[in-house]
Design a protein around this ligand. Structure first.
Ligand SMILES: [Fe+2]
Ligand SMILES: [Fe+2]
Length: 214
């Protein structure tokens, strides 16, 4: 597994530091193993799938026409083979990686693939998810929040323009998309933190605001 990790590190060089970099990969691996300790699944398949799931990302960043899940799946058998990973488990790893994108709308057939999807989305939830959202927004010159209507009560939310909108319309909905009960419970707990973060955020930006001094 050391050799697979070191291939993942090499492949992920050049990804933005606060985004889906090696720390994301390592957190997804740890989440996969934690979920698997309760839900079952093959930990060896999960660890390899997690380590390699995003190795196609640097290519997608350069060329948005590339599907990083498909590319990661394509690059993985060679890496696994060279690392001496059990050949009979390689197809299961490739399947989990190829189907890890939630946006593909696929509910994967294997438990390992469902756990990988859960872990990948769990890592963009909660405090870490909020930190990644703000870092990404800053890197793309987006605003923290809409100056007049931060909670989007009188407008369509726009997660591509305001970080807080992304938190409200994407991160807060993540628990409902989890496949396993373990991941759903963790996502709900993270959401409770996120809700209190949003409440405090609104409280702070509203302090001193009022009729006459808006
Ligand atoms: Fe991914
Ligand atoms: Fe990922």
């Amino acid at each position: 597994m050391e050799q697979i990790l070191s291939s993942a590190r090499t492949q992920l060089e050049g990804t933005p530091n606060a985004g889906h970099d090696i720390t994301h990969t390592l957190r997804v691996r740890d989440l996969c193993l934690h979920i698997s300790s309760i839900e079952g699944g093959d930990p060896e398949i999960l660890e390899a799938s997690a380590l390699l799931h995003d190795i196609g990302r640097p290519a997608e960043l350069k060329d948005p026409g590339t599907d990083h899940a498909a590319l990661s799946a394509q690059l993985s058998p060679g890496i696994l083979d060279r690392a001496g990973f059990p050949a009979q488990k390689i197809p299961a790893v490739v399947y989990a990686i190829a189907n890890h994108r939630y946006s593909s709308g696929i509910t994967p057939d294997s438990l390992e693939a469902r756990i990988l999807q859960d872990a990948d989305r769990l890592d963009i939830s909660g405090a870490v998810g909020a930190a990644m959202t703000f870092a990404y927004s800053g890197a793309h010159n987006r605003r923290l929040y809409h100056p007049d209507d931060p909670l989007a009560s009188q407008r369509e939310p726009d997660g591509k323009e305001y970080a807080l909108d992304h938190i409200l319309t994407k991160l807060m909905l993540l628990p409902g998309s989890m496949h396993t009960g373990t991941a759903r419970g963790m996502a709900e707990e993270r959401n409770r933190f996120l809700q209190s973060f949003v409440d405090q955020f609104i409280h702070e930006i509203n302090t001193g605001r009022g009729p006459g001094n808006e």
